[in-house]
Design a protein around this ligand. Structure first.
Ligand code: DGL
Length: 276
């Protein structure tokens, strides 16, 4: 059955990171209704094994599908890297988009030297999906990758800037960007985790002004728009699109930290507590 254009787009992340994608979608597609689910009860996904990530992602996607959505955006690199084909197969013909391919595309466009580093969670880096997506677009690219596990907790904590944040960034990135680095410096770094844009300013200071730091969110939003147009699913109702938020734990915390991710005040009343 063909979905209705007035249905919301469902977005999913393990926590609040996907709000960086929701923000980009709301800017690119202001008339679309957005339904967000952050699985904060099970966060982090990035330190878990593949089977667990697939199980959690299927449950979260099922929740959004049951509410009625016209498209699913997996606004989580970890879930995209480990579970995208499984979710696509399970919910076909519903369109299901991830964040890895758009991120790779944005990085290939930005890079001159072809030396691209991706930073993400352990489970994203282990999957090697970014290297594969980059090489599919630019076979001569030289990719490297680094799991930066603590960045997720820092972002969820609202720790975005300052000396301590930069020291932790250096702890992870010095072997790639520090004075002692043994390989030529990449010219592009992908924020391969939707939590990491919160640390973008600190990361830019640490890697230096000659490195392009790519946040895939804008490219994801452009891809969603193209897909909606292709499927004739653009919402043509009059008026602004709405955003509805669901979390699996602690609405107060979601409101507090979610406000940092969104750049506007989120109230507890806007957030629904759900179980998967
Ligand atoms: N936001 C998720 C991502 O993009 C990671 C957070 C987590 O480890 O759950 O990979």
């Amino acid at each position: 059955m063909q979905a209705r254009p007035s249905l919301p787009i469902g977005l999913f992340d393990s926590g609040m990171g996907g709000l960086t994608v929701l923000k980009a979608l709301a800017t690119t597609l202001p008339s679309e209704h957005l339904l967000y689910l952050g699985d904060t009860a099970r966060l982090p996904y990035g330190t878990k094994g593949r089977e667990t990530i697939i199980r959690y992602t299927l449950a979260a996607a099922g929740k959004l599908v049951a509410r009625g959505v016209k498209m699913l955006v997996i606004a989580c690199n970890t879930a995209t890297a480990n579970a995208l084909p499984v979710v696509q197969a399970k919910f076909a013909p519903l369109p299901v988009l991830g964040v890895v391919e758009p991120g790779a595309r944005a990085a290939v466009q930005a890079s001159v030297s072809g030396r691209i580093v991706v930073i993400g969670t352990e489970a994203t880096i282990r999957s090697d999906v970014y290297a594969k997506a980059i090489h599919a677009l630019r076979p001569d690219a030289i990719t490297s990758a680094k799991a930066c596990t603590l960045f997720v907790s820092m972002a969820e904590e609202g720790m975005m800037q300052g000396r301590l944040v930069e020291d932790i960034c250096r702890y992870y990135l010095d072997d790639i960007f520090g004075a002692e680095a043994r390989t030529p410096k990449p010219d592009t770094m992908i924020l391969g985790c939707t939590h990491f844009p919160l640390l973008k300013t600190a990361l830019e200071r640490v890697v230096g002004g000659d490195v392009v730091v790519v946040d895939p969110a804008a490219t994801v939003a452009t891809g969603v728009r193209e897909e909606l147009i292709a499927l004739d699913l653009i919402n043509t109702e009059k008026g602004e699109g709405t955003s509805h938020f669901m979390t699996t734990d602690n609405q107060e915390r979601f409101a507090r930290t979610g406000s940092l991710f969104l750049g506007r005040t989120l109230t507890v009343e806007e957030i629904e507590l759900v179980d998967l």
